[in-house]
Design a protein around this ligand. Structure first.
Ligand SMILES: CCCS(=O)(=O)CCC(=O)O
Length: 249
């Protein structure tokens, strides 16, 4: 059985209710393949989660951009896994590079958060990826394997995990990995899963590409055998997000 194509939209915006409602309207009017062909999940800033959940078309789903885990009884004021469950928000993005770089989220902490979110019944988009310096040093796969290992050490059930490979140097920069670069890392990552987790997990786990995906480059990226979809930034706030969903193969 093939892996269902997955398109996530990460609405990293300082938006207003009016802007969010406009995006919802664009999505609700979009002519896209059925949910049997492509799984669509959009991730607004926390404050808009209930609004998007209530107004978004039923064949699209909602994710939070992070969740906090109860550590020593304190929350950071962000949204917790338990609150997402209470709000009936099924997905959460964990380990985004901006949190790793700016908030010091370590590989182990990301692994703990993935395990905790899964334990509460959430589905997780787990982000991994290297910086430009790490790529130029030739350590891309070493970095991505270590990030994935930290997750693999904390979970046993991968059925609710999607991995998003984000070359940090392509996020919000307009630089995009070439299809060959994306395919190489995705294939190596799938090989790592096969060797270190299981052939079944390697075969069934969707690996998304994220980093300046747009309506112009999505088709060629989607044609790569180990690219199972996208986690889209800026373009997910625009009508071209419908075109990216249509790139589903
Ligand atoms: C894997 C995360 C990708 S993302 O959500 O940061 C969007 C990347 C972009 O800005 O194009």
């Amino acid at each position: 059985m093939g892996r269902k194509f997955f398109v996530g939209g990460n609405w990293k915006c300082n938006g207003t209710i009016e802007e969010v409602k406009k995006i919802i309207s664009i999505l609700n009017g979009g002519d896209v393949p059925s949910s049997d062909v492509v799984e669509v999940v959009v991730s607004p800033p926390y404050v808009f989660l209930p609004l998007v959940k209530s107004e978004l078309r039923p064949d699209f789903h909602v994710a939070a951009q992070n969740c906090w885990v109860k550590k020593g009884g304190a929350y950071t004021g962000e949204i917790s896994a338990e609150m997402l469950v209470n709000l009936d928000i099924p997905w959460v993005i964990i380990g985004h590079s901006e949190r790793r770089a700016l908030l010091g989220e370590t590989n182990e902490f990301v692994g703990d958060k993935v395990a905790y979110a899964l334990s509460k019944g959430l589905k997780v988009i787990a982000c991994v990826g290297e910086t430009l310096e790490q790529r130029e040093a030739g350590s891309t796969m070493e970095v991505v394997a270590a990030q994935t290992k930290a997750i693999a050490e904390k979970i046993s059930d991968w059925s609710n995990v999607v991995i998003a490979y984000e070359p940090v140097w392509a996020i919000g920069t307009g630089k995009v990995a070439t299809p060959a670069q994306a395919q190489e890392v995705h294939a190596d990552l799938r090989g790592w899963l096969s060797s270190n987790v299981s052939a079944e997990v390697a075969e069934s786990t969707r690996i998304l590409y994220g980093g300046s995906v747009n309506g112009a480059n999505c088709k060629e990226l989607a044609a790569q055998p180990d690219v199972d979809g996208f986690l889209v930034g800026g373009a997910s706030l625009k009508p071209e997000f419908i075109d990216i969903i249509k790139a589903a193969t």
